[in-house]
Design a protein around this ligand. Structure first.
Ligand SMILES: [Zn+2]
Ligand SMILES: [Zn+2]
Length: 253
């Protein structure tokens, strides 16, 4: 499986794009920067998008992506998300006030995008890649994903505070090649991390005690103003398994 990091951050600045991973060129995991990071002809190859939750840093590019690929595909774009995320996206984004309801355009029978609801722990397979949504602990209903293809698995946390199920899945998946875990704020912002259900380097360290095996850890979703401090504090953990998920990089698993 080939994973390209289009956006690896929990916010936006000149250097930081919002959360979006491209899998095998055709499937996007979240849509924080799909339209900003790919040429339009490559955006038109993307036919499925999985959304972890409704927050803007994960859905921001969806309206512009849909407009960019409008009329370029025979089949509509499949947007896979939980019931709560679909409700929020319909109500607050594609509501004809913020942006047109593209589930009814060009007509409701053959729309450019369609929603497909997934459930926690029920795997869905797209083009030979299996995604199992794992509920994590964040301000709104949110899922990380176990992503599997050809005997390789990676686990991606999306946004979460201290959580349990994700680590259980990590411990019971023998072919796990990497675990991508969020760390949004530096330690000085612990109170903000706690109320917004995100991790800091110190709560990351506590979370990693739930992992009963060695696996490469890739830290993602840093908030742009915290990047330098988070990197220093993570380095001080002196854990040789920890690295950062690098924006722009392609990973092969
Ligand atoms: Zn986020
Ligand atoms: Zn979030």
């Amino acid at each position: 499986m080939r994973l390209q990091v289009l956006g690896g951050f929990g916010g936006e600045s000149i250097d930081c794009r919002m959360t979006c991973l491209l899998i095998n060129d055709t499937i996007a995991l979240d849509a924080g920067s799909l339209s900003q990071a790919l040429p339009i002809e490559r955006q038109a190859e993307v036919h499925s998008i999985l959304l972890s939750h409704s927050h803007m840093d994960h859905t921001n590019s969806l309206p512009f992506f849909i407009e960019n690929v409008y009329g370029k595909r025979d089949r509509g774009i499949g947007i896979h998300a939980s019931e709560a995320t679909i409700y929020a996206i319909r109500k607050y984004l594609f509501n004809n006030a913020t942006w047109p309801d593209f589930t009814r355009l060009p007509n409701h029978l053959v729309p450019v995008m369609r929603f497909d609801e997934f459930e926690s722990e029920k795997p869905l397979t797209i083009d030979g890649v299996t995604f199992t949504p794992i509920a994590v602990d964040h301000l709104v209903p949110t899922h990380g994903f176990l992503i599997e293809q050809d005997g390789a698995a990676i686990l991606w946390s999306s946004d979460t505070g201290p959580t349990r199920r994700l680590w259980e899945v990590a411990n019971r998946t023998p072919n796990l090649k990497a675990l991508c875990i969020e760390t949004s704020f530096d330690n000085a912002l612990q109170p903000i991390a706690d109320v917004s259900l995100h991790l800091t380097p110190q709560t990351l360290q506590a979370e990693l005690r739930k992992l009963q095996r060695r696996v490469p850890i890739l830290v993602h979703h840093l908030k742009p103003p915290c990047v330098e401090r988070i990197k220093e504090e993570v380095k001080k953990l002196r854990n040789p398994d920890i690295d950062f998920l690098e924006q722009g990089k392609e990973y092969d698993f």
